[in-house]
Design a protein around this ligand. Structure first.
Ligand code: GLC
Length: 771
């Protein structure tokens, strides 16, 4: 379904391309076409993934990400393992008659005179190159359930003479994992398997961390020659720009032994004038001969590949269709309807660079509950397995990160109850889930235990102890001795208890003792935050192990932190004059051209009271940056406080390829939120280092649907409380909630809004599910 025409929305012309950019969205918004591939200041990544593999492809079809290379990561529970070296996965083309050599993805030969473009899709990428009378289209996507990339090529002869070509995939394998006391070369070997038309690269070490430690490059085309190593293909002194191996008519067909592995094949493609030939290449990971045979024979047939690709598109249709917004801001529509969803699912399934984070996965699940409730449920359960039997939560898993961050329990309540409101699936609360260190309880039990644990684990100021930190990973010294306290986690605890209380009062009113208990706990932490978490003009970030305030006016650096202010507003702890003070403090001290700063002034001196954040370069990560994830909290707080225009202004600062942040300058992919822009005190202020992997996506999605448009599911119905920017005459939203489709139209009327739900005017703000 076209998100612009869905449900009777007015038909739109293709979205207006931004000025000063290097590409454009397709008219349905589902693809981004990069027409000037060398203009972006950094690689433009697309992610393809399944349970077993994460594959990063840039605008040249290879993997260099500049900041973080993520080409083919094998997804093992003990951690991700790099399969390919430096993103080196290239497809060369050689004209047998002229000796011309180029790449189907233009890079790295970078031939002059080629007409080239890359297309980024949802779970696939396409590349088109026209060069000297030959047009080659490539498409890459993953087998849905196997660690295999599928590359399909169409080769068209646009001239009038027959062309004799070779297509040559070249993959530099890393296949890391070998005993540290011996070199990887002890175990590296490549062989050729004529039956499977595959070159196999083996890491034969027995002490490798997981079983899939070998890689293949296979084809359905006619293999004329092959190579097993880097040396054989590039030559001992050759380069990927000009591989020596392509000077000869055929590759050396030589195995690699105890040297850098690379799989390459020379595939014959002869094309008559005006004709098109097809060839497929698989790049995969395997552990045994049998597995390699099974994978290649399963995935290579056209019928399998066609079905896999159609299945991918159908999945995305479903994801997109569940909720569609139509605001006057077409970029906001495309990001919300399509790309933020894709990004949130990636984040939930991949995790982050280090691991799957406890807080991260729950925030992704919270975002996803709206458009992918099944996955949200699964992720909630997976996350809860990483809570300990005393209620505290570890930082992450895959691989295990056992640091005790204080914020975990807060996110449990917010994610679980948002999911229940969305779906009505009260059964989730009764699911039994194990604790990490033994024992088990229901999901509700996990929630309650987390709340009890936090409200008991308080320090000298009756605030929650910070331990390794809170949402802020780098606030890791504030409470490392078990004394320091976090104001943010305390605010989060108040908020979560309030949300839990609302659930109990409405869905389990008979549990009077529990209601009393939760009320007491909530009121106690509120009192502590309001008295000992308040600095006079804004909320503190916390108290350190040494009894010093963090995020206080008395601190020369880091004298104010953003999250404490935004969450106090969101949780309604800051009301009336206090709310004004918090918002004024944000506007006056934390606003920048690139977004709202995590803290100010940025640290330049190491501070034992605070943590790693004081050692990060100014304007990097949490140290005084426009961190998009926390700017999204700020946007939600603005909208909660009725500041729609401020919220829109901040939204545009976070939004990729906006007027404030053209991608041609910042480098961020126009279709993915970035985690941060470097801050004003950084030499590269405004630059985005990486896209995709950030909790920003789930939050920006929710901010549009639940805060701008104000459509919020509740237990027995949903509420509509819009907060539209003054420049918007209205907005629409179409979505399925609990199996029923709703079309909602919001229009300004006087000081308020006229709202229609499925054509009928709405009285008040509540739509019962039974209605
Ligand atoms: C990273 C982490 C996230 C954390 C944030 C701030 O984005 O993945 O868990 O909240 O940094 O420290």
């Amino acid at each position: 379904m076209d998100p612009h025409t869905a449900g009777g929305f007015a038909t739109r012309s293709p979205p207006t391309p931004m000025k000063n950019t290097f590409g454009h969205f397709s008219s349905d918004g589902r693809e981004y076409v990069i027409t000037e591939a060398t203009r972006p200041p950094r690689a433009q990544i697309n992610f393809l993934w399944n349970e077993k593999l994460i594959s990063g492809v840039n605008q040249f079809g290879s993997g260099e990400g500049i900041f973080n290379d993520r080409t083919l990561l094998y997804n093992d529970p003990r951690g991700r393992v790099d399969a390919i070296r430096d993103g080196r996965r290239y497809f060369y083309v050689r004209d047998e008659d002229t000796g011309d050599v180029w790449n189907t993805g233009w890079f790295p030969t970078k031939v002059e005179g080629a007409d080239y473009r890359a297309t980024v899709g949802l779970g696939y990428s396409k590349y088109d190159i026209a060069y000297r009378g030959v047009e080659i289209g490539s498409k890459v996507f993953l087998a849905p359930d196997e660690p295999v990339e599928i590359w399909e090529f169409t080769v068209t002869n646009t001239g009038d003479a027959a062309r004799k070509l070779r297509v040559l995939p070249y993959v530099e394998w890393l296949l890391l994992g070998y005993p540290t006391f011996s070199s990887k070369y002890s175990y590296y070997q490549s062989t050729f398997d004529p039956e499977s038309r595959a070159v196999l690269s083996w890491n034969t070490s027995d002490e490798r961390p997981h079983e899939r430690y070998s890689g293949f490059v296979a084809t359905d085309g006619e293999v004329k020659s092959w190579c097993g190593g880097r040396r054989q293909f590039l030559g001992p002194y050759g380069t990927v720009e000009r591989p020596d191996g392509l000077k000869a008519e055929e590759l050396a067909s030589e195995e690699a032994w105890c040297e850098d592995l690379a799989g390459s094949l020379s595939i014959a493609v002869e094309v008559a004038p005006g004709e098109t030939e097809k060839v497929t290449v698989l790049i995969g990971l395997f552990s045994t001969e049998e597995e390699k045979d099974r994978l290649i024979s399963k995935i290579l047939p056209a019928a399998y590949r066609e079905k896999a690709f159609a299945g991918l598109l159908a999945l995305k249709d479903d994801m997109i269709d569940r909720v569609l917004v139509d605001t006057p801001d077409e970029r906001m529509n495309i990001l919300t309807n399509i790309w933020a969803k894709q990004q949130t699912v990636l984040c939930a399934e991949f995790g982050r660079d280090g691991a799957r984070g406890f807080r991260d996965t729950l925030q992704d699940a919270w975002g996803m509950a709206v458009f992918h409730p099944e996955l949200a449920r699964e992720k909630i359960i997976e996350t809860l397995r990483h809570q300990c039997a005393d209620g505290h939560c570890i930082r992450g898993w895959m691989p295990l990160q056992e640091h005790h961050y204080s914020d975990g329990p807060v996110w449990i309540v917010l994610a679980v109850l948002a999911y229940v409101k969305e779906t009505g699936d009260l059964g989730l609360l009764d699911e039994e889930v194990a604790y990490l260190d033994g024992g088990a309880d229901t999901v509700f039990g996990h929630m309650l235990l987390g709340m009890r644990h936090l409200s008991e684990d308080t320090g000298d100021h009756d605030l929650v102890r910070a331990h390794a930190g809170d949402w802020n990973d780098s606030l890791n010294w504030m409470g490392k001795n078990g004394v320091g306290e976090s104001v943010w986690t305390s605010i989060g605890l108040y908020y979560a208890l309030d949300v839990m209380l609302d659930f109990l009062c409405r869905k389990r009113p008979e549990e009077e003792a529990l209601i009393d208990e939760v009320t007491r706990r909530r009121d106690r932490i509120r009192e502590a935050v309001q008295t000992k978490g308040w600095d006079g003009n804004w909320y503190l970030a916390g108290w350190s192990d040494f009894g010093n305030p963090v995020g206080s006016e008395e601190n020369r650096e880091g004298s104010i932190f953003l999250n404490s202010q935004t969450w106090a507003v969101l949780a309604d702890l800051a009301q009336g004059e206090r709310r004004d003070q918090c918002l004024e403090a944000i506007d006056a001290r934390l606003e920048s051209d690139h977004g709202s700063l995590t803290l100010a002034p940025a640290y330049t001196e190491r501070d034992e009271n605070v943590g790693r954040v004081t050692m990060l370069l100014p304007g990097m990560y949490e140290n005084g940056t426009p961190y998009c994830h926390s700017t999204a909290f700020k946007i939600a707080a603005d909208l909660h406080a009725g500041r729609a225009d401020k919220a829109l202004e901040s939204f545009h600062k976070v939004m990729p390829d906006s007027e404030a942040h053209p991608s041609a300058v910042s480098g961020v992919e126009p279709y993915a939120y970035t985690n941060q822009y470097l801050g004003p005190d950084n030499g590269r202020a405004g630059a985005s280092l990486s896209g995709w992997i950030t909790g920003t996506a789930g939050w920006m999605f929710r901010v549009v649907v639940e805060y701008f448009l104000g459509v919020r599911p509740d237990y027995d119905g949903f509420r509509i409380r819009p907060c539209l920017p003054s420049t918007w005459p209205g907005a629409s939203l179409e979505r399925t909630i609990r199996g029923k489709r709703y079309a909602i139209r919001i229009e300004r009327e006087g000081e308020g809004y006229a709202i229609r739900v499925n054509g009928r005017p709405l009285e008040g703000d509540f739509v019962p599910y039974s209605g």
